[in-house]
Structures are given as C-alpha cells and as structure tokens.
Design a protein around this ligand. Structure first.
Ligand code: ZN
Length: 130
C-alpha cells in the first residue's frame, strides 16, 4: 500500500513501482483524485484505441487493473472510473497523460508462472497467451 505524488503520471507511476519491486504478476487498485485524465476506448471494428482527454479535476472512484509481462517487462493494464462535482461518472482504459492530484494505491503481488502478453489477431489486442 502507498500513495502517489501530486503531479505523477498515474499509469507510469504504477509501472515504475512494479519494475522497482520486480512485480511480474499481480493486481492493482486505487482511489483518489486526478487533475486531468487521458482515457482510451477500443474501437472493435477498427481495432484501434481512440483516446480522449478529461481536462478537469475528478475523483478516482475506482481504478482496477492487473500486472503481467509484455516482452518480458511488467505491464500495467488498468481501467478507471472518474466522477465530477455532480457525481457524474465516466471511465475507460487508463492511458499515459493522467495526472495525479492524490492517490492511495494497493498493489498485490502474486507468486506463480508468468503471464505473457502477445498480439491476439482476432481482437488486435495484446492479450494473455494461454
Ligand atoms: Zn483496457
């Protein structure tokens, strides 16, 4: 458990922790607030992410994700739900470009065989090879 610093890039900061602590397999959750956010939505027809920016402060009502390997390096895949001053929520695939205002994070590391990501031709996504 820990906190991220104001101004951290949310996704990158989680990745740094995982690499520093050699966490190759696990789960992550967080709550807090962001100054702004960049989220992705995967267009299933085009097989491409569309990214959009939320340029104002929001609460992190939920961040949930996992840690596995992509090309041998720990990769964080997380989704996030954010709420505004009226309680309206929006969310998506967490992308770089999301700036922490305050964030409390829990990372749970698992023992076990590596989970590796590779390109899944059906979806165009880097899914677990199993
Ligand atoms: Zn995603």
């Amino acid at each position: 458990m820990g906190k991220l610093k104001r101004g951290d890039d949310l996704l990158r900061a989680i990745g740094v922790i995982c690499r520093e602590k050699s966490i190759r397999l696990g789960r992550v959750e967080a709550i807090g607030a962001v100054e702004k956010a960049t989220l992705g939505y995967y267009d299933q027809k085009r097989k491409e992410y569309d990214f959009f920016t939320i340029g104002s402060p929001h609460e992190i009502t939920s961040l949930i994700g996992n840690i596995s390997l992509r090309e041998g390096v720990p990769m964080v895949h997380a989704h996030i739900t954010l709420s505004d001053e009226k309680g309206n929520v929006c969310g998506g695939h967490l992308a770089p470009g999301t700036t922490v205002f305050a964030c409390e994070i829990i990372i749970e590391a698992f023992d076990g065989p590596d989970f590796n990501r590779g390109l899944d031709k059906d979806t165009g996504l880097p899914l677990w090879e199993m």
